[in-house]
Ligand binder design. Structure first.
Ligand code: SF4
Ligand code: SF4
Length: 376
């Protein structure tokens, strides 16, 4: 069945209307829906390349950190599957350009099955499911169940507000029963910064969703109910120190809402997609890129996520990371082949050189930044 028809029917069968259930007032504002030039990945790369920077050559920067000849893969540990761009929210900083209007780009069952076959051909121990709001994909639970059956650690990258969509209210129990780690986006433990980035009302919904997760055992030290919060800055600055911030967040969320969590990770905003548009609109792009390059940390290079992760898109193409996926920079094998999930060869993949460009400075600035948080 065609993916668009499939997902539309799925949402209709659940009675979900994303135009009325969005997390905030900023609806249907994906770059794609507005047909702005920056919707094109090549326009984003060109915009970054045009910024005058004294030290803007990423390859030269990592060569100075001992990675002459570029980044090479380490042991593959994480299988990150981006199962679609559909989301109930339209956050200002979104690097995926997700939203309720992204109905077309969602993984179908045949591609999910191809991902599972490919997973079986690797030794990856973790399947990291992301989106969009991955829970909106009709095959989300099928994928989770299949990965759990295989003994994989499963991560659901959850925007929290989706847990309040009426027909998805059993999700916390479903995830808890299967020991799925929930990694939740929450820009800040205070309301103002969260709503500024994700839309009015998001904070209050996020707090309600966190209560639901706590009620089913998440965030209380049980390794099978791991609740990770993920914060990113609300402006054109670098992520705060993860270790220092965690205690403050614990005290703040406990005192104000009685909420507990297991771990806080802090990420830099990646200067692509809607965050890139925001930087351009605010006249902050050059300053932000300078901030990233000035804060280049050689110690953060070895831990960048592309080295131990493989990223798969909704249509089965392969990338070094989710950011490269959004910039359409596919995995490239020696000789130029670009395999898909249908012909993944784990040994051949280890021979590749990771594709990098200026956006990569987002991963190596300050304490480093990856899907698992700080890298240095
Ligand atoms: S940042 Fe996350 S929650 Fe917000 S629009 Fe993008 S995918 Fe959806
Ligand atoms: S953006 Fe991707 S490819 Fe570039 S350093 Fe970060 S993880 Fe690696």
């Amino acid at each position: 069945m065609d993916g668009l028809v499939q997902i539309t029917e799925h949402l209709a069968s659940l009675g979900v209307d994303l135009t009325t259930e969005a997390g905030g007032p900023k609806r249907a504002t994906s770059l794609l829906s507005r047909r702005v030039p920056l919707a094109a990945p090549e326009a984003q790369l060109a915009t970054l390349d045009a910024v005058p920077l004294a030290a803007g050559d990423f390859e030269a920067a990592i060569a100075g950190a001992g990675f002459e000849g570029g980044l090479l893969p380490a042991k593959l540990e994480f299988f990150q599957i981006n199962i679609g761009k559909l989301c109930n929210m339209t956050c200002r900083h979104c690097h995926v350009d997700s939203g309720p209007d992204r109905l077309t780009e969602n993984m179908d069952r045949a591609t999910v099955d191809a991902c599972l076959r490919a997973l079986d051909a690797t030794d990856a121990h973790t399947v990291d499911i992301t989106g969009g709001a991955p829970e909106l994909n009709p095959h989300f639970r099928y994928l989770v169940d299949a990965c759990v059956e295989r003994g994989k650690h499963v991560i659901d990258r959850c925007n929290l507000t989706v847990l309040l969509v009426p027909r998805f209210r059993d999700l916390p129990e479903y995830l808890a029963d299967r020991g799925v780690e929930v990694v939740c986006s929450l820009p800040h433990y205070r309301q103002r910064n969260t709503d500024a980035q994700r839309g009015d009302g998001t904070y209050e919904k996020s707090i309600r969703a966190l209560h639901r997760l706590n009620e089913v055992g998440y965030g209380q030290g049980d390794p099978r109910r791991r609740l990770t919060l993920m914060s990113n800055p609300a402006g054109a600055f670098l992520a705060a120190n993860q270790a220092e911030l965690e205690g403050e967040w614990r005290r703040g969320l406990q005192a104000e809402h009685g909420i507990t969590f297991d771990r806080l990770i802090c990420l830099n905003n990646m200067p692509i997609a809607r965050y890139l548009e925001w930087l351009v609109e605010k006249g902050q792009l050059a300053a932000y890129m300078e901030r990233l390059t000035n804060a280049f940390n050689p110690a953060a290079v070895a831990g960048v996520m592309c080295r131990n992760t493989l990223s798969i898109s909704w249509d089965g193409r392969l990338y070094d990371c989710d950011f490269n996926q959004m910039l359409d920079l596919e995995v490239e094998l020696p000789g130029g082949a670009r395999p898909s999930v249908h012909d993944l060869d784990a040994t051949a993949l280890q021979q590749r050189r990771i594709v990098t460009a200026r956006h990569c400075f987002g991963c190596t600035a300050g304490q480093g930044s990856s899907c698992g948080g700080a890298t240095a």
